[in-house]
Design a protein around this ligand. Structure first.
Ligand SMILES: Cc1ncc(COP(=O)(O)O)c(C=O)c1O
Length: 407
């Protein structure tokens, strides 16, 4: 059954028409999605009914916040199919989740950290910094800008050296939308004795996720890309991996006891959640996952793929357009990134917004190294969500046709 998009749009106040009777056409969902009233209401309830911290406060506001905080963790655990609540750590975003692990891991000097060459800076720089300060080596396998993913052979060869101790890679690329064969990659990594860190920032909002299959050691994602509040993310980690980490951010709530020379750390996950937390954010994040589960991830996937297929087919008719990543939309999740020869992507994005109310993203999408390596100009990225319609896709295509015709 298809999505009832008209009904879904009613949940998003931001999609209300402006004074001129035009609704915004929001196609920058890979950066962050819009927020439904269900999420806004859950957050508002925290601020209006029990605005207090959790755990430490014994009064009734505190007790209510403690309950809701614990419940939110369970909701995330259920959504991920994680074995235990304590394997879910709340963070500010995917970036913080990756930094948490990169700054807390203890790997032997000379070990290799293996990533793809197309990682978001958030899954590149924490490893670059780690390698610089601790004598580890950073190596990459290729994700080329044209065609399907063909880097598995290089990936396997790196693992066969026996030196790779950690693999960290995206699930779905934020630039091209290509999705990696994660199951196979995780089992290869484990077979060769390496841990696997999955950056699911662009995976979780658009595809089914189950941390038991593929059996990654760590999974990071951001709620703001999945209908949740801004500045909220999570890290899933297997218990035996989390207990091996030495927290790099410590303070209130991370310890059981302390004196002037030492401390006893709190159990996981509290030892990683330092200081007063974003309670409204945590509660809103749980509401966001419940919203997503209610819509149904299979429906999300199908709807976004159909729109992406339509836009891809229409764009292919335009001269001078180069689509990055696999040519078939079905392999690009909710993302379509392209370059129009002779046209600056930033100008194109501004023109789409000014002339048709269509919001897209231009630039190198926090993948500077990859754009340099393959000598690519900045691209224009269209990224879809459940509230986007065929009418919006047609408007985008029509406007692009008329802009490109004039150049
Ligand atoms: C694949 C990928 N990884 C990591 C990030 C960083 O996410 P955040 O800014 O929410 O930390 C992004 C953000 O777009 C992303 O697309």
């Amino acid at each position: 059954m298809g999505l009832n998009v008209a009904r879904i749009r009613e949940d998003f106040p931001c999609l209300c028409q402006d004074g001129a009777g035009r609704a915004p056409v929001y196609l920058d969902n890979a950066c962050m999605t819009l927020k439904p009233t269900q999420v806004l209401d859950a957050m508002m309830e925290y601020y209006t009914k029990h605005p207090s911290c959790h755990k430490r406060a014994m009064h009734r506001f505190g007790v209510m916040t403690t309950k809701k905080y614990a419940r939110a963790r369970s909701v995330v655990k259920e959504y991920l199919n994680a074995p235990k609540d304590s394997e879910v750590v709340f963070t500010r975003n995917t970036t913080e989740s990756i930094n948490l692990v990169a700054n807390s891991l203890d790997l032997a000097e000379g070990s290799i950290v293996l990533i793809s060459d197309a990682e978001h800076n958030s899954n590149l720089l924490p490893w670059v910094f780690l390698c610089q300060r601790s004598g580890l080596l950073l190596r990459t396998f290729p994700v080329r800008p044209d065609g399907p993913f063909e880097g598995l052979q290089e990936y396997r060869e790196w693992l066969e050296t026996g030196k790779v101790k950690l693999v960290s890679t995206f699930h779905t690329s934020n630039v091209t939308g290509v999705t990696l064969p994660i199951r196979e990659m995780v089992s290869l990594a484990h077979h060769h004795g390496a841990m696997f860190f999955l950056d699911a920032a662009q995976g979780l909002p658009h595809q089914p996720i189950d941390v038991r299959a593929p059996d990654a050691d760590f999974v990071a994602f951001s709620f703001h890309k999945a209908f949740g509040p801004t500045g909220m993310g999570a890290l899933y980690g297997k218990t035996r991996r989390l207990v091996e980490l030495r927290p790099f951010l410590v303070g209130g709530d991370t310890i059981e006891d302390a004196d002037y020379g030492s401390c006893t750390l709190s159990p996981i996950p509290e030892r990683f959640e330092a200081g007063l937390q974003n309670y409204a954010g945590v509660i809103g994040s749980a509401a966001a996952l419940e919203y997503l589960a209610n819509v149904g991830i299979a429906n999300v996937e199908r709807h976004e793929r159909e729109l992406n297929e339509f836009i891809t087919e229409e764009l292919a008719k335009l001269p001078k357009v180069r689509i990055l990543g696999p040519p078939d939309a079905a392999s690009r999740s909710s993302i379509l990134s392209f370059i129009v020869e002779g046209l600056d992507s930033g100008e194109l994005s501004i023109l789409l917004d000014k002339s048709a109310n269509v919001m897209t993203r231009s630039g190198v999408h926090c993948c500077h190294a990859w754009f340099h390596k393959y000598d690519l100009p900045p691209s224009l990225r269209v990224s879809l969500s459940i509230y986007n319609t065929l009418d919006e896709a047609e408007l985008l295509v029509r406007t692009l046709h008329s802009i490109v015709k004039h150049f």
